[in-house]
Design a protein around this ligand. Structure first.
Ligand SMILES: [Mn+2]
Length: 325
């Protein structure tokens, strides 16, 4: 694992120094960290005189609209091909979906991430698993060259920190996370404001969907594993959207005595999206990996082809290999 040492940060800046046209790419289904980190990096590199294109082929979740992503994000690869492609919050081109080819073909690339490595891609790799969010990596990169952090950049980075730490409640929150957050708050944005915008904005349809998810909870015989599921019918009946499920897995995880929480969400494409949370009794990152997904040891996800019932069965079988059931 690399660390955010001066050498590592210099290596990334060396790549940026040698180029002008930069493309910043997030992973598919971008979350608050991918989006906030990408926005701050884009603005930071622009302030440094770079021609930066922030590209995301998919719409970003509406809860982050206060970061005004629509003013920055382009949906297609720029016509003039970038000299440097930057991967944010992931470490291999395939994670960017439609941008994979453009990222892989860029002459130079920089990886900014905080997940366990899944590839060796990147001319320069700035990754640190001890960081609570990729935003910490981006913050360190910008501060290393004294790039001024504007209100917009601070708000984007702070949003990334708030969301990837569940409002500074997850064990990934370290003193350094809070020191960075404090520094960002001094630029004006407030954590309370961001938390309110991100967490306290459920639609009625979203709450009704949550009620269906909670109603579906099942518990393993020893009470250590809890899982919930949502079918396409649940979305239809409530009028909710897939993005309304943000945070549901944490609700399930809040059940007393539960170590591992899982939520299975049926998708229109005939697949099932599965999110895992663990308190440490089971390395759900490895379970998710075994099912073709990945993530952190205590928070991970995968996508399975097939029906909800099939996915549920496969997930439970896999979990039984990693934890008492
Ligand atoms: Mn992240």
């Amino acid at each position: 694992m690399t660390r955010l040492t001066s050498d590592v940060l210099d290596a990334a800046w060396k790549v940026f120094d040698g180029a002008r046209r930069v493309m910043v790419a997030m992973h598919q289904n971008p979350d608050g960290d991918a989006l906030g980190s990408a926005i701050a990096l884009t603005l930071g590199l622009r302030a440094f005189g770079k021609d930066v294109h922030l590209v995301c082929p998919q719409p970003t979740p509406e809860i982050y609209d206060f970061l005004r992503p629509q003013e920055l994000i382009e949906s297609a690869v720029p016509r003039e091909s970038p000299e440097v492609a930057v991967l944010v919050d992931c470490d291999r081109p395939e994670r960017t979906g439609a941008l994979s080819e453009a990222v892989a073909q860029a002459p130079y690339s920089v990886v900014l991430d905080h997940h366990p490595p899944t590839s060796e891609f990147g001319t320069a790799r700035v990754t640190d698993e001890d960081c609570a969010a990729t935003a910490e990596v981006v913050y360190s990169l910008l501060r290393h060259r004294d790039v001024p952090v504007s209100y917009e950049m601070a708000e984007a980075l702070l949003t990334a920190l708030v969301t990837d730490t569940g409002g500074f409640r997850y064990p990934n929150t370290r003193p350094r996370t809070l020191e960075i957050a404090a520094d960002l708050m001094r630029q004006g944005p407030s954590t309370a404001d961001i938390a309110q915008k991100v967490y306290d904005t459920r639609s009625l349809a979203g709450l009704k969907l949550m009620s269906r998810a909670l109603d579906s909870i099942q518990l393993s015989p020893n009470g250590h594993v809890a899982w919930a599921r949502l079918s396409l019918g649940d979305y239809e009946v409530t009028g909710a959207k897939p993005e309304d499920t943000e945070g549901f897995v944490n609700m399930v995880h809040g059940l007393k005595g539960v170590d591992v929480a899982v939520i299975l969400r049926e998708e229109a494409s005939g697949s099932v999206r599965v999110s895992f949370r663990s308190r440490g009794g089971a390395p759900v990152g490895r379970a998710a990996e075994a099912l073709g997904g990945g993530g952190h040891e205590l928070a991970a996800a995968c996508v399975l082809q097939g029906t909800l019932d099939e996915a549920e069965q496969r997930v439970l079988e896999e979990l039984k290999k990693w934890t008492e059931f």
